[in-house]
Design a protein around this ligand. Structure first.
Ligand code: CA
Ligand code: CA
Ligand code: ZN
Ligand code: ZN
Length: 201
């Protein structure tokens, strides 16, 4: 499992958290660390995720991939990646091979935009080998980067009120004050469209 990208993302995400949210990471870690030795072993990892109803993540190969130094335990730094995966809603596994989707993946765009469906994600290997034949035959699969940009067009097409609602939902989901300015830029069409500062777009 290639965790390089997700690890870098988690680190950047953590650096932008408020002190209060960083405290939340501490609480998360303490809760997982049942015996209080400052390390998370596999049993503590699995136990926590079972209690948390996050069985997608209990895969021992994910634990191994999170354990960067390979000492059989997760320290706080290694556990931040798990915290990020949980909080970002990236706890998804491939619908075909069941492996955790650590990197780029493809998802059915119809299911993605339908609120009654869950995300139907397929890892690049399975997508390349066309192992998604049990899904509805008219499915249009898009990789997650393309889907992100398509989402922008979809939100643009919505009336202003609905667009604002979508932004509110995202803000609540991300719980990240520092992200919201950038989000507004994303959905308002980038720099020059209004009076917000869109330095990153
Ligand atoms: Ca422990
Ligand atoms: Ca370790
Ligand atoms: Zn797969
Ligand atoms: Zn679908």
């Amino acid at each position: 499992m290639d965790m390089k990208e997700i690890r870098r993302t988690a680190k950047a995400y953590y650096e932008n958290l408020s002190d209060e949210k960083k405290g939340d990471v501490d609480r998360f870690f303490k809760k997982m660390d049942r015996n209080g030795d400052g390390q998370i072993n596999l049993a503590e990892f699995v136990g926590y995720l079972w209690n948390d109803n996050n069985t997608v993540l209990t895969d021992p190969s994910l634990f191994k991939a999170l354990d960067t130094d390979g000492n059989g335990n997760l320290d706080r730094k290694e556990a931040i990646v798990l915290y990020y995966i949980k909080k970002s809603g990236r706890a998804l596994s491939c619908k075909s091979c069941d492996k955790f989707l650590a990197g780029a993946y493809f998802s059915c765009s119809q299911c993605f935009f339908k609120d009654s469906s869950s995300i139907y994600g397929i890892c690049c290997d399975c997508y390349g080998k066309k192992k998604f034949t049990d899904h509805h035959s008219d499915a249009i699969f898009l990789d997650n980067y393309t889907l992100l940009l398509q989402s922008r067009s979809v939100v643009h097409a919505a009336p202003k009120k609905k667009r604002e609602m979508a932004l509110q939902i995202l803000k609540q989901g991300l719980q990240l004050a520092s992200f919201t300015g950038a989000l507004e830029c994303f959905f308002n069409g980038g720099a020059g469209d209004d009076d917000s500062n869109c330095s990153i777009m």
